[in-house]
Design a binder for this molecule. Structure first.
Ligand SMILES: [Zn+2]
Length: 289
């Protein structure tokens, strides 16, 4: 049996082991220090990012399809929805929420809504759209009364909506009218366009080959009867930036961004009037809540 030759050395090594393990264990002093270190940089990020966001919301150059675009201010309500904040884009609260989102998407958490981040957001918005654009069997389409349409003269052929989408739309409108005290005599949320058959879409293309993206769409979500263009203000369906700025500023549009998901409707980010019914996502959203 070996005895301890040098008790002093033995004590010293015991002390070293104790010190080592006490450093590994969490202590109140240390966790407070860690917290202080981790909040500092994010505060710095947020204050410089908010200045950049104030500029980029108006100036960021990006393209959508072939069309050059400027800024992301038109999408502020959608971005706030995605980030789960009501903070304005030029605030540090917004930048902090954005940094959190960037981190969750594997982007550098700069808090700046730059081109890379914006393109990622557009991809997320686009991923929520109807994928299967096939035409439903005629029995699942329902004829909607002309009183529900923005244009009460709209011909019968153009007043069909997929049955479930229509039921959800009626509930959505009733909820909006209750929340916003809008009357059904007004045009708010009236249907501008719903089901369009591939044949009708082809006819539109032939008549006016320069009728823009919606008219030219070869594979339109309107074929499903589950895509509705509804009135949210301004010129009903003009993508002109000034018109869209007016639309996204209405109480009705902002209500839709916050509430339409409860009824299974999801926005097409680029056209404030175009909403798509995807009930499978509504079920997923409500089970998360
Ligand atoms: Zn549409």
């Amino acid at each position: 049996m070996r005895s301890v030759k040098n008790p002093f050395l033995f004590l010293l090594s015991c002390l070293a082991v104790i010190i080592y393990f006490s450093m590994l264990a969490p202590g109140p002093g240390r966790s407070a220090a860690n917290l202080a270190v981790s909040t500092d940089p994010s505060d710095r990020v947020a204050s410089s990012a908010s200045g950049e966001n104030a500029k980029l919301k108006l100036d960021l150059n990006w393209r959508f399809g072939a069309k050059p675009q400027r800024g992301w201010y038109l999408y502020t309500p959608l971005i706030q929805g995605l980030l789960n904040t009501s903070a304005a884009p030029e605030t540090s609260v917004f930048a902090q929420a954005l940094a959190g989102w960037q981190r969750s998407e594997g982007l550098a958490p700069t808090g700046v809504l730059d081109q890379e981040t914006w393109i990622k957001m557009v991809a997320v918005f686009q991923s929520r759209r109807i994928k299967d654009r096939s035409t439903p069997p005629p029995a699942s389409l329902t004829l909607v009364p002309s009183s529900k349409f923005f244009d009460p003269e709209r011909p019968k052929d153009l007043r069909y909506v997929e049955r479930q989408a229509y039921e959800a739309y009626v509930k959505l409108v009733a909820a909006a009218e209750g929340d916003l005290s809008i009357s059904s005599d007004e045009n708010w949320l009236k249907v501008i366009s719903a089901f369009r058959s591939p044949a009708y879409q082809a006819k539109l293309r032939k008549q006016s080959p320069k009728s823009g993206r919606a008219g030219l769409a070869v594979n339109s979500p309107h074929f499903t009867g589950r895509a509705l263009d509804i009135y949210v203000g301004g010129e009903p369906v003009s993508t002109n930036d000034r018109n869209r700025a007016k639309q996204v500023d209405t109480m009705v549009y902002q209500w839709l961004v916050k509430n339409a998901g409860r009824f299974g409707f999801y926005p097409y980010f680029y056209e404030p009037w175009h909403w798509e019914y995807r009930p499978q996502d509504a079920a997923a959203t409500s089970s998360e809540r």
